[in-house]
Design a protein around this ligand. Structure first.
Ligand SMILES: NC(=O)C1=CN([C@@H]2O[C@H](COP(=O)(O)OP(=O)(O)OC[C@H]3O[C@@H](n4cnc5c(N)ncnc54)[C@H](OP(=O)(O)O)[C@@H]3O)[C@@H](O)[C@H]2O)C=CC1
Ligand SMILES: O=CC(=O)O
Length: 321
């Protein structure tokens, strides 16, 4: 059995596959594979380990029906046509849970960085503008006791809420389609309507999957319903917010600032005005990027591949949005 990986894979997962006698070919070029190249490679392999954002769409799936599994090195699967995969009998797996803490830490980092204008303060040092003795300049805001609103309180949202309650005694409100009973019981999280989430959050952190229902939710109309002191955090997917509207909302003081690990589009252009706003912190989609977490993800993906090759139930198969 042979696996094709679209990027260099963290060692723990790779070792697991190789110990089982499976050969893994990794795409080592910096540039991403084109759709045609991906299909051409996959024709020669039994499984795909997808560590890039190449779409797994119907044209791909129609030409690669022989794959025993497409194992994603991510929890998000908005780049997969799940209905087509189900219809064409190509199993798809993801990596839930193991990356929740690292991604929540990224959201927490962005929240604190936006609140204290950290990225901007760093830029001040670089340009020789230390200015220590000015008591009213470059002030941030406290987070102690503030209200954290989570849109999509699942695995990552839960850890983010836990961090914020433990560190800053923040009150947690959330909006999901269902209830998160563990968060209600253990963190005192209160489910509110989406309108209340917008109106009451001091920090609003997005943790839903990108779906047709969640795309473009945070536009100017949504920002106008938020507090002028609110911080918007998105570590989920950039297409959930409208970036020109977010830029205008911060410029016009409709909201205070933002922390983004995901942008729309990615990569963000280096001239994007958000990068020069004092109350904005942007990271290049590094949510799960720690040594431990990426290794854990690679092990999870490898276990899904091994299960597929051994004809066993797949531990992390995704079958619906
Ligand atoms: N920046 C990064 O590097 C990373 C980004 N991510 C992104 O984070 C996302 C979340 O991951 P994870 O926490 O593991 O996922 P989960 O499935 O555990 O949580 C998602 C939550 O969103 C809620 N939800 C889904 N649809 C809606 C909706 N329309 N309205 C309100 N709530 C909704 C779900 O609850 P309910 O069903 O009750 O509505 C669920 O609780 C991923 O899909 C991925 O896109 C993940 C990892 C790393
Ligand atoms: O964006 C990363 C993911 O795991 O999803």
């Amino acid at each position: 059995m042979k696996v094709f990986a679209t990027r260099v894979i963290p060692p723990n997962g790779l070792e697991l596959l190789e110990r089982a006698g499976i050969s893994v070919t990794q795409w080592t070029e910096k540039r991403a594979l084109s759709a045609e190249e991906l299909i051409a490679h996959c024709r020669q392999y039994d499984a795909l380990l997808l560590a890039s954002d190449n779409p797994i769409d119907r044209p791909f799936l129609e030409q690669c029906r022989h794959l025993k599994v497409v194992a994603l090195l991510s929890v998000g699967y908005n780049h997969v046509d799940v209905a087509a995969a189900n219809e064409l009998g190509v199993p798809v797996t993801n990596t839930p849970g193991v990356l929740s803490a690292a991604t929540a830490d990224t959201a927490f980092l962005l929240m604190l960085s936006a609140a204290r204008k950290a990225f901007y303060q760093h830029k001040r040092i670089l340009r020789g503008d230390w200015n220590f003795s000015e008591p009213t300049a470059n002030l941030g805001m406290d987070l102690e006791g503030k209200t954290l609103g989570i849109w999509g309180l699942g695995n990552i949202g839960y850890v983010m809420a836990h961090r914020c309650v433990s560190a800053f005694n923040m009150k947690v409100i959330y909006h999901n389609r269902g209830h998160n009973e563990a968060a209600e019981k253990k963190l005192g999280a209160v489910k509110v309507s989406f309108d209340e989430l917008l109106a009451q959050s001091d920090v609003l952190s997005v943790h839903t999957a990108l779906t047709p229902e969640t795309a473009d939710t945070f536009d100017m109309a949504a920002f106008k319903r938020m507090k002028p002191s609110a911080i918007f955090i998105n570590t989920a997917r950039g297409a959930i917010h409208n970036e020109p509207d977010l830029t205008a909302a911060i410029e016009q003081g409709i909201i205070w600032g933002a922390g983004l690990d995901v942008t729309n589009p990615e990569p963000m252009h280096p001239d994007n005005p958000l990068l020069n706003m004092p109350t904005v912190a942007v990271l290049p989609h590094i949510g799960s990027a720690t040594v431990e977490t990426r290794n854990a993800m690679s092990v999870m993906a490898a276990k899904n591949i091994l299960a597929a090759f051994n004809g066993q139930p797949l531990p992390n198969q995704v079958t619906s949005l």
